[in-house]
Write a protein that binds this ligand. Structure first.
Ligand SMILES: Cc1cc2nc3c(=O)[nH]c(=O)nc-3n(C[C@H](O)[C@H](O)[C@H](O)COP(=O)(O)OP(=O)(O)OC[C@H]3O[C@@H](n4cnc5c(N)ncnc54)[C@H](O)[C@@H]3O)c2cc1C
Length: 225
């Protein structure tokens, strides 16, 4: 994972959950476009952060990781998206569910929430393979430590550190039942990550009684591998 700050000559305030499209164009005119969620809060003016996972063999993410350097100019379009967005005015309680880089738009929501006065009860369930794969680990820990209304719950699906007391499996009905319980029957839910995780978590939530109209999803990639 690597984070980038993009300074925007014509900045527009975004809504947490929105993304930008980045376009790369080669000298021969060949061009590719990919979407990247905004990680930063809208309270930061004039620039945004994105966080990009390196997908081996990909066209855009390896370029950003291996070739792009500070000061490069990149063509972007945004902010885009009007469905997978949360602003403090929407209230809560909030259940945020992330798999891997799916944490990025949810981080914008959490940062926005921290920057405003309204703090609806919020729980983040974050699935990562190993402890090293947890993005924004320190910041999430600090935010939760100073805010009783924010809980961060990790599940580590592939390897766990010695003495790990948290979840160590893929998200399932029992896990969602436990994590959702303090938020009542119908929290507002945002789920983001690889398609199998998003579909699995959304279906499980409906099975345990969360109203489907309270669940919003965003799929990042073609696989969960
Ligand atoms: C709305 C939206 C927001 C997004 N936000 C982010 C973000 O914040 N951070 C981020 O890292 N990505 C994000 N993505 C994914 C991103 O747009 C690209 O799909 C990703 O970076 C791969 O692009 P690439 O050009 O490197 O690989 P490609 O050239 O598109 O793909 C190369 C190979 O990798 C496979 N592949 C592509 N994507 C994935 C994946 N996610 N997991 C596993 N295999 C894959 C492809 O099937 C192909 O075989 C977002 C996608 C959407 C739709």
């Amino acid at each position: 994972m690597r984070s980038f700050t993009l300074r925007l000559p014509s900045w527009t305030r975004h809504r947490p959950g929105q993304h930008y499209d980045l376009r790369l164009t080669a000298a021969d005119g060949y061009s590719v476009q990919r979407s990247y969620s905004i990680a930063s809060a809208p309270e930061r003016e004039g620039e945004i952060d994105i966080t990009v996972e390196r997908v081996a063999g990909g066209e855009v993410s390896p370029f950003l990781h291996d070739v792009a350097v500070a000061g490069d100019r990149i063509e972007v379009r945004g902010p885009i998206g009007g469905y997978f967005v949360w602003q403090a005015a929407l209230g809560g309680p909030l259940l945020l569910i992330a798999g891997g880089s799916g944490i990025v738009p949810l981080m914008a929501m959490i940062r926005h929430r921290a920057a405003t006065a309204t703090h609806p009860a919020t729980r983040l369930l974050y699935s990562s393979r190993t402890p090293e794969d947890i993005i924004y680990a320190d910041e999430l820990g600090e935010l939760a430590a100073r805010d009783d209304s924010l809980a961060v719950v990790h599940t580590l699906t592939r390897s766990q550190p010695a003495g790990w007391q948290g979840y160590a499996r893929r998200i399932d009905d029992a896990m969602l039942t436990e994590v959702r319980r303090p938020l009542g029957e119908a929290p507002l839910v945002f789920i983001c990550g690889p398609t199998p995780l998003v579909e699995g978590a959304a279906n499980a939530l409906v099975r345990i009684g969360v109203p489907a109209q309270r669940i919003r999803t965003e799929r990042f990639g073609p696989s969960g591998k």
